[in-house]
Write a protein that binds this ligand. Structure first.
Ligand code: BGC
Length: 480
């Protein structure tokens, strides 16, 4: 009884704290936040360059990346595999919640060998992919051994092509059966998906099976993709499965995703003590002077999650322990004005700000002192054209990698970078925004993979482990 009263009180405290923070944040949005520059690494400015001055006078040589730096390309199961009929997203699409359905996606489930070869041709030395829970466990407790074997093949193939696999265990799509509140869920709520009390136990069973099957084959794991994003979209705003509009479900999903990460961390380490495990946070920031700061002052779900996961207590009173071996983060854009926030519903209008990548890398290192992986960074266009504001994917790459190099030169231990994404894919509701290094021809249904000009640029960088002067002089500080 007492326990119930305490947890109810804690729930309301946490919920109202969030609410209050949001109201306050909205009212303060335009007041620039004080950023405590003195407690952070020195911000190293870009070297001054006079108009017309050749880049060689500033950087006589190429900018080299550390030996062993992972040049990655990223994909995720539901977005590329095709013919998914058993996941939460398959059901969500079938019930008319999206503009388009994923359908055959880009048929990577059948074409993965070719796709991996194309990945290797970009010069990539790492391949980020996900294992679809609903393919491996299409019915609760029933594991599809053939599907599992195919994932094992993919990972073997990845290694044989010289790419380090970076494996995500959960990337937005969970098995549809987790939406049926019938399996041992008790209590007043008819919870679905990650709001279910038993979601962590269900996920852990799947993780154990995968960890055993891939033992010794995978070093870098990502347990949960963007746990700071999915709860808001799926449980508060109702625009991702399960489509809840409930602060209670939102709070529950956050807590369960955190616990799911920790459970997976322990399972993976029990199987392979030397492996490296993380969860990638989406960096949601706005520009403030030369820095980026959280969108809502005092409220950054990513930061509170990372703080918690690096100081995890299994039971109250236990000493804290870290459940992150490295920090993984996704950086795409930084808002400067309120209209930009509204425009951002159109992916190819996201406000590009390469300096934000430097800032993110530096910020996380200052706070957590862990190695870092850029798990996603990429640019969407419409129909693979340059953006209306002139940005091309090649210029995007060079300018962002320049900023990442600057962070590394300033002491941040960045172990790798994954471009999102290898190929155009299903963008959670439609095929319109295209991020791919390879364009996928959907118009005539051939699904042919066509390299965009950015492939050659990425290859030049990845195979030389550097930003060559030729690319810097062509693209640095330019949109195209
Ligand atoms: C997600 C990807 C998505 C990308 C671009 C990230 O938040 O992890 O699945 O495709 O953003 O929208």
């Amino acid at each position: 009884m007492l326990e119930t009263m305490v947890s109810t009180r804690l729930f309301f405290e946490r919920f109202f704290a969030h609410l209050a923070a949001q109201v306050l944040a909205l009212s303060l949005f335009w007041i620039p936040m004080a950023h405590h520059a003195s407690t952070r690494l020195e911000l190293r400015p870009r070297p001054a360059r006079h108009p017309g001055e050749p880049i060689e006078s500033i950087y006589p040589e190429s900018l080299d990346f550390p030996t062993g730096f992972m040049w990655g390309v990223a994909v995720a199961g539901h977005q590329v595999e095709g013919d998914d009929t058993t996941s939460s997203w398959a059901r969500w699409e079938a019930t008319g919640h999206t503009q388009q359905v994923a359908g055959v996606a880009i048929d990577d489930w059948d074409l993965y060998a070719d796709d991996m070869r194309l990945a290797a041709e970009t010069g990539a030395t790492a391949y980020r992919m996900s294992i679809e829970w609903s393919r491996v466990e299409p019915r609760r407790g029933v594991f599809d051994q053939a599907a599992l074997a195919r994932y094992v093949n993919m990972i073997d193939m990845c290694r044989s092509l010289g790419m380090e696999p970076i494996v995500t265990l959960y990337h937005f799509a969970y098995p549809a059966w987790l939406d049926t509140p019938t399996h041992g869920v008790t209590g007043p709520l008819q919870a679905r998906g990650w709001a279910r009390k038993d979601a962590v136990a269900e996920y852990s069973r799947f993780v154990k099976v995968v960890a055993k099957a891939l033992k010794g084959k995978v070093h870098y794991w990502i347990t949960v993709n963007e746990p700071n994003v999915e709860p808001a979209l799926g449980y508060l705003l109702g625009i991702f499965p399960p489509g809840e509009l409930s602060p209670i479900a939102y709070e529950a999903a956050i807590g369960h995703l955190e616990e799911a990460h920790v459970a997976a961390y322990d399972i993976l380490h029990a199987e392979d003590p030397g492996c490296a495990v993380s969860t990638n946070m989406f960096r949601m920031v706005r520009r403030s002077g030369m820095r980026t700061t959280t969108l809502l002052p005092g409220l950054d779900p990513a930061q509170s999650m990372l703080d918690k996961l690096t100081h995890w207590r299994d039971h109250p009173g236990d000493p804290p322990r870290s459940t992150l071996d490295y920090i993984a983060f996704d950086y795409y854009y930084a808002f400067a004005t309120l209209p930009e926030i509204f425009q951002a519903r159109t992916y190819w209008k996201w406000p590009i700000y390469p300096e934000g990548l430097y800032d993110a890398a530096e910020y996380y290192y200052h706070r957590y002192h862990l190695p870092e992986l850029v798990a996603e960074n990429g640019m969407a266009t419409h129909n693979d054209m340059p953006r209306k504001d002139g940005w091309t994917r090649s210029a995007f790459l060079v300018n962002h990698l320049y900023e990442l190099h600057r962070a590394i030169a300033n002491g941040v231990p960045v172990i790798g970078y994954c471009y999102w994404s290898l190929m155009d894919n299903y963008e959670w509701g439609s095929y319109a925004p295209t991020f791919g290094l390879y364009e996928v021809d959907r118009a005539n249904g051939s699904l042919a993979r066509i390299p965009t000009p950015a492939v050659a640029v990425y290859r030049e960088i990845a195979t030389s482990d550097s930003l060559p002067i030729s690319l810097l002089s062509r693209y640095l500080g330019r949109k195209s």
